[in-house]
Design a protein around this ligand. Structure first.
Ligand SMILES: Cc1ncc(COP(=O)(O)O)c(C=O)c1O
Length: 413
């Protein structure tokens, strides 16, 4: 679109019509045809989040301390409720951010500055030891802060391998990471063993519960086999959990928590040489939508533990039905039994690019894994009604797909 800046504005009706027509060309997420990016519980939860967001549409959470004190109270309430959920000990601290990436960048920054202070070396270049399955946000943080990243192969069960991670550490290692669950395979890393490793080596352990933070506690309570992963483990120094994923809150909303105030203080940016006065923020961003804070408070207090538990129960039943349907298709196997609602699966007999093309031709946005070649789904209740159509089209796409020919999957996220 080579457009010039409009001289004369268009009418509101024209704008609305143009938006509707552009929107109509997007993928059908409401019909469960988008396997990531969007999350849904019930229509009522979506409305409560949207209404609270719109009630605070113009307010800026940057001004929560001085102007919009109701937002400060709501953010403090969100943090306190979630620290209770994650067994935060007395003195634990947290704040809201714009998403998983920002939560991770801030946790890495806090870890770097805290580790430098402890070493008495303000220029120390540390390294981060991660399972290869950890999210790219850690590398993004490392590139911003000139840290080294060591990605370590996972074990045969596709979970982080604590022994291999221990072997990758040296005296410059400042951070270990485990995911709840990792995005590629949907499995939860062995956080109890990683916690012991972190304690024995005196290193910071970050739990990336961006996907599962607001799902795993309820799946555990329902008896699903998920290990302890939060501050109940003494080696966990920080934890990120996204409200805008399985917290079912409007974007942009995540949370990041620290075991103690000393670690949290290392996250804060504080500048005192500006003509306007002292400038201090806990977040990377300055201006933040007040709506996201109000909406998170509204959704969490609307659902409570019982509400999240009921949604988790439905999501797990849906997940089990998808798994049964996928495994009933000749040749298809899951890369690993899923811990929550991320599924990754494939077959060595078929070219998975060709299967993905078949799904795309039938109106589905295919998520993919490259290693091993496969399809990928991160499902919420948006995907519940789509199951019969998805499985029918998947069976057809697999049946008609070309045989495997060792071609690499060209998945781009
Ligand atoms: C495990 C994990 N961590 C972090 C993130 C980053 O979250 P965001 O896209 O909100 O920045 C994601 C995104 O899918 C993720 O799957």
């Amino acid at each position: 679109m080579a457009e010039t800046f409009p001289h004369t504005g268009r009418s509101r009706a024209e704008i609305e019509a143009a938006l509707a027509s552009m929107h109509a060309g997007d993928a059908d997420w409401r019909g469960g045809r988008v396997p990531l990016y969007v999350f849904g519980a019930t229509a009522e939860v979506a409305e409560i989040g949207r209404d609270a967001f719109m009630a605070y549409f113009t307010e800026n959470a940057l001004g929560a301390k001085r102007a919009f004190t109701s937002l400060k109270r709501m953010e403090e309430a969100v943090v306190a409720m979630c620290l209770d959920l994650f067994h935060g000990p007395a003195g634990s601290v947290g704040n809201m951010t714009s998403g998983g990436t920002e939560s991770i960048v801030m946790a890495v920054k806090a870890c770097r500055d805290w580790s430098r202070a402890r070493r008495g070396d303000p220029a120390h270049r540390g390294n981060l030891v991660l399972p290869v399955t950890a999210h790219p946000a850690f590398d993004k943080a490392a590139r911003l802060m000139d840290l080294e990243v060591r990605r370590v192969p996972v074990a045969a069960d596709l979970r982080a391998d604590p022994a291999a991670m221990a072997a990758a550490m040296d005296e410059d290692t400042i951070l270990l990471v485990g995911s709840v669950p990792c995005f590629p395979y949907g499995v939860v890393d062995p956080l109890p063993a990683l916690s012991e490793l972190a304690l024995s080596r005196g290193v910071w352990l970050h739990v990336d519960a961006c996907v599962g933070g607001y799902f795993a506690p309820f799946a555990r309570a329902l008896g699903r086999p998920i290990p302890e992963f939060d501050f109940a483990l003494p080696g966990v120094a920080s934890l990120s959990a996204d409200l805008h994923k399985f917290g079912f809150c409007p974007k942009p909303a995540s949370t990041v928590f620290y075991r103690d105030a000393g670690r949290a203080a290392a996250q804060v940016f504080d500048l005192d040489v500006w003509p306007n006065g002292r400038f201090t923020t806990a977040t990377l961003v300055g201006t933040r939508p007040g709506g996201a804070v109000a909406a998170a408070w509204a959704v969490l207090t609307f659902l409570g533990r019982e509400g999240y538990m009921a949604i988790a129960e439905r999501m797990l039943a849906m997940r089990d039905a998808y798994v049964a349907g996928i495994e009933a298709i000749p040749g298809l196997r899951l890369h690993s039994p899923p811990d929550l609602s991320i599924l990754a699966f494939g077959t060595p007999e078929k070219d998975m690019n060709s299967v993905a093309n078949g799904m795309q031709a039938r109106g589905w946005v295919p998520g993919m894994t490259r290693e091993p070649p496969g399809l990928h789904l991160m499902m919420s209740l948006l995907h519940e009604p789509a199951r019969p159509a998805y499985l029918r089209d998947l069976a057809a796409a697999v049946a008609e797909a070309a045989p495997a020919r060792g071609a690499a999957v060209r998945a781009v996220y």
